[in-house]
Write a protein that binds this ligand. Sequence first.
Ligand SMILES: Nc1ncnc2c1ncn2[C@@H]1O[C@H](COP(=O)(O)OP(=O)(O)O)[C@@H](O)[C@H]1O
Ligand SMILES: [Mg+2]
Length: 253
Amino acid sequence: MSTILFEDINVKYDKTEQYALKNLNLTIQAGQIVSLIGPSGCGKSTTLNLASGLLTPTSGAVKINDSEITGPGLDRGVVFQNYSLFPWMTVLENITFALKQKSKEPKEVITKKAIQILEKVGLDEKAQKSFPSALSGGMQQRVAIARMFILDAPVFLMDEPFSAVDEITRNQLQDLLLNLWEEGETKKTVLVVTHNIDEAIFLSDRVVVLHDGQIQEDLAIPFKRPRNRFNIDQEEEYTKIRRELLKAISGEY
Ligand SMILES: Nc1ncnc2c1ncn2[C@@H]1O[C@H](COP(=O)(O)OP(=O)(O)O)[C@@H](O)[C@H]1O
Ligand SMILES: [Mg+2]
């Protein structure tokens, strides 16, 4: 189980005057799903890229448990908005390629595992043999989620993973993520960027609102799991939490 710690983080990109993140302190507890929300440009992707190791802070440290992150690693699975699959490989090859990098198991065992998880995310044999370009956005994102789960890293980092698909697909992918997360033997630590309040509430144990590079709000989402999207808004505090988040996102104090 892995805790992600952001300690006194400041980030300033080259050639910019302003800081993208200012004095950010944030702990993502092991086994929790935490959403980062906020308006465009508030620093969500910057925060996620620090955790993925694609970006180094100007000052401060990002740690997994006690060790400082110095670059990308197989201890963290990443899903981006735009599917990031290798276009020249079939779906099955995309999945097994990632796993072969990590696992020393025989090829047949890896292929079998890959087929199992692809079926679990709803991709049949025909889809498994397809190239990503032949699949819809939602299906490509299923592949990306399958790849993240099969790698079995303790930390999942997702940057607007469902924002490029239609609403029904989006709901299916949210359910898929939660089902896979809930059935895992050890709970993954998940940091997910979204700009959708309802998605953030539905998925998360905690929602952190960023505004202009700083934490504006940090709310626990107390609803029991497994959650049901059709009645979660009946929960006692739902309206209050939603309103607080909406205010924070709009920059109202
Ligand atoms: N590579 C970059 N070079 C310069 N400025 C950047 C770069 N990436 C992001 N920024 C700036 O940093 C701020 C935060 O960006 P970002 O983290 O991408 O926001 P978000 O993901 O919340 O939309 C924005 O002002 C953005 O313009
Ligand atoms: Mg972003």
